[in-house]
Design a protein around this ligand. Structure first.
Ligand SMILES: Cc1cc2nc3c(=O)[nH]c(=O)nc-3n(C[C@H](O)[C@H](O)[C@H](O)COP(=O)(O)OP(=O)(O)OC[C@H]3O[C@@H](n4cnc5c(N)ncnc54)[C@H](O)[C@@H]3O)c2cc1C
Length: 267
């Protein structure tokens, strides 16, 4: 059985550099200039799961992202991991989309790509992390959606059983394709990129589509299509000064214990 899979990936600021991120007081958005970017880690788990399903059942794995031109890097990485095709939805008109406008734009892109059996998203992102895009996208496409998925198994052709994490335990859900699954981090360990993968990726073109290419309604994308408004932002400043202990491990441990006793943290 062939399963055609579309994996949605978002490029995000690298959490290692989060301390360099600031909020623009005028636009109330994150200033990302100069901050190194990575592929959202959950999306790599989603891609890995897509690749594993393809290895078991054939079909193709397509990666899709909406973002600025630099998002190509994440798509190239996905191709190097083993994706068959890559699509970038890139247009100034998509800028400042909230989750609804993002989901709408991705849905238009998916409709233009055409056939799919399974859509895989990350459960959330490391930057704004609303976890809304997957369920909203499923709604636009009119397909069932399961979030926090930690295990996928095929019961029979086109019928899946997925295990989703709950606060205290898990739940097993049966569903039929086509469907959308939002993937959790525990599901797998994404594969490393090989030199062969990089060579293959270099031979694969990334298709770039703008607003008109996907037939998006101008009122449903970007700022116009985003009902969410950020009314105020503030930055939290640490109330206490941190202290870095240096020296050999034993000395550092003793200094730390002494300091904690001094501050009343240890009796
Ligand atoms: C601090 C902050 C707070 C925000 N709060 C809200 C809010 O409360 N409500 C709101 O509507 N918007 C909010 N936004 C805007 C939001 O970041 C964007 O709409 C963004 O495009 C998607 O939201 P997310 O990162 O939360 O995605 P999530 O819903 O957490 O993403 C889940 C998955 O959807 C897929 N996905 C998400 N974005 C893309 C993309 N561009 N391309 C391909 N796949 C994608 C990925 O697979 C991802 O793992 C906020 C932005 C900031 C900076």
């Amino acid at each position: 059985m062939a399963v055609d899979i579309i994996v949605c990936i978002k490029q995000v600021p690298d959490p290692v550099h989060f301390s360099r991120i600031s909020l623009d007081p005028a636009t109330k958005t994150i200033t990302r200039e100069g901050i190194p970017v990575i592929t959202n880690p959950w999306d790599k788990n989603a891609l890995e799961e897509g690749l594993r399903i393809r290895e078991r059942s054939s079909g193709k794995v397509v990666v899709l992202s909406m973002g600025p031109p630099q998002t190509r890097k994440s798509l190239e990485e996905a191709l190097a991991m083993g994706a068959d095709e890559a699509f970038l939805l890139c247009d100034r008109a998509f800028a400042a989309s909230d989750t609804l406008a993002t989901a709408y734009t991705l849905a238009r892109g998916i409709q233009k790509i055409g056939h799919f059996d399974l859509i895989l998203c990350g459960n959330e992102t490391v930057d704004s992390g609303t976890g809304q895009v997957g369920p909203q996208l499923a709604q636009f496409l009119g397909i069932p959606c399961v979030t926090s998925v930690n295990e996928i198994s095929f019961e029979e052709e086109r019928k899946l059983i997925v295990k989703r994490g709950l606060e205290r335990g898990h739940m097993k859900v049966k569903l039929e394709l086509p469907a959308l699954l939002a993937i959790g981090r525990e599901i797998n360990k994404p594969r490393l990129i090989t030199a062969f993968g990089i060579m293959q990726a270099a031979e694969t073109d990334i298709t770039v589509w703008g607003c008109e290419d996907i037939g998006a309604e101008p009122d449903s994308i970007g700022v116009k299509g985003s009902p969410m408004r950020i009314v105020a932002t503030f930055q939290q400043h640490p109330k206490h000064k941190g202290e870095i202990m240096t020296g050999p491990p034993e000395e550092v441990v003793n200094k730390t214990i002494e300091k904690l006793r001094e501050l009343g943290g240890l009796i």
